[in-house]
Design a protein around this ligand. Structure first.
Ligand SMILES: Nc1ncnc2c1ncn2[C@@H]1O[C@H](COP(=O)(O)OP(=O)(O)OP(=O)(O)O)[C@@H](O)[C@H]1O
Ligand SMILES: [Mg+2]
Length: 259
């Protein structure tokens, strides 16, 4: 499971949760030291979808998914664990999500607009992370300050415009199975149009198959549940597509469509 484990709880001197330790730190720092490759981005996408599927089936929204909250267990191959559940919330019939929380760059449009939202905000954030590592992002989006209440009024509009800008950016890229997955299933302005994490995994598999790729290498993931198997197939086929077209370990191999 790609979720960081709590291994102990201590009450003194200060009540604290003790987590497993990841010497490689978080994904943002790792990317600065050694940029995340396209192949690693696909691993990251798969692992986060599996983690989100687990959480969302239990009505838990993480609400602050970003590279700094993904701890790196290893590189080559990349293994990440979702951490920092400080803003996580369980959605129930009586308890809805509406507060403006998260990190600007990864906030979903409905959060900016102050609407009620669901754990599907995590799918948006994951889409932005993948867009960032696989295709790059506009420089002005890199503000990572947490929102202050008195900034909300002007930031709402700017935020919504920024989200639209991300969608337009994604739709501008040349056709490939990864950008298809992002634009059709994750980076949707209307949260109702975002697919649940489990369906993103399934959808990715179908699209990869339709590209005519075949499984020629051993499936690298060993999850026992069907979702692990489906995810493995997606990632292997996506990876094969990229290897075939661009060679392994290349970053930003895509071209933007020029009208
Ligand atoms: N178990 C761990 N193993 C290794 N590094 C960790 C671990 N937990 C946290 N860190 C490091 O500390 C950073 C901050 O941790 P965390 O996100 O849990 O705290 P935070 O106070 O909520 O920070 P922020 O508000 O920036 O999200 C992480 O990005 C990571 O670099
Ligand atoms: Mg954090």
């Amino acid at each position: 499971m790609h979720i960081a484990k709590v291994v102990d709880f201590v009450e003194t001197p200060t009540p604290s949760l003790v987590m497993e330790y990841f010497p490689l730190g978080n994904l943002e720092d790792q990317n600065r030291e050694w940029p995340i490759t396209m192949e690693e981005t696909l691993d990251l996408l798969f692992q986060c979808l599996v983690a989100l599927n687990y959480l969302h089936l239990r009505n838990v929204g993480h609400r602050d998914l970003k590279p700094a909250n993904l701890l790196v267990e290893g590189r080559n191959p990349l293994s990440v664990k979702l951490a920092d559940f400080g803003l996580a919330k369980v959605e129930t019939a009586k308890s809805h999500m509406k507060s403006f929380v998260g990190t600007l760059q990864y906030c979903a449009p409905e959060v900016y607009l102050g609407k009620r939202y669901t754990p599907s905000v995590d799918l948006w954030a994951l889409g932005v992370i993948v867009l960032e590592y696989a295709y790059g992002l506009l420089a002005e989006a890199r503000g990572r300050r947490r929102m202050d209440n008195d900034q909300c009024v002007s930031m709402k509009k700017r935020g919504a415009a920024w989200c639209q800008c991300l969608v337009d950016e994604a739709n501008d890229w040349d056709l490939d199975p990864l950008i298809d997955l992002l634009t059709v299933a994750m980076l949707r302005i209307d949260p109702e149009e975002r697919l649940p994490a489990g369906q993103c995994l399934k959808k990715g598999a179908i699209w990869s198959f339709s590209m005519g790729t075949t499984l020629t290498q051993e499936v690298p993931y060993r999850q026992s549940k069907w979702i692990g198997k489906v995810g493995s197939v997606i990632m292997t086929t996506l990876r094969l597509s990229y290897w075939r077209l661009f060679g392994a370990n290349q970053r930003l191999p895509m071209r933007k469509v020029v009208e």
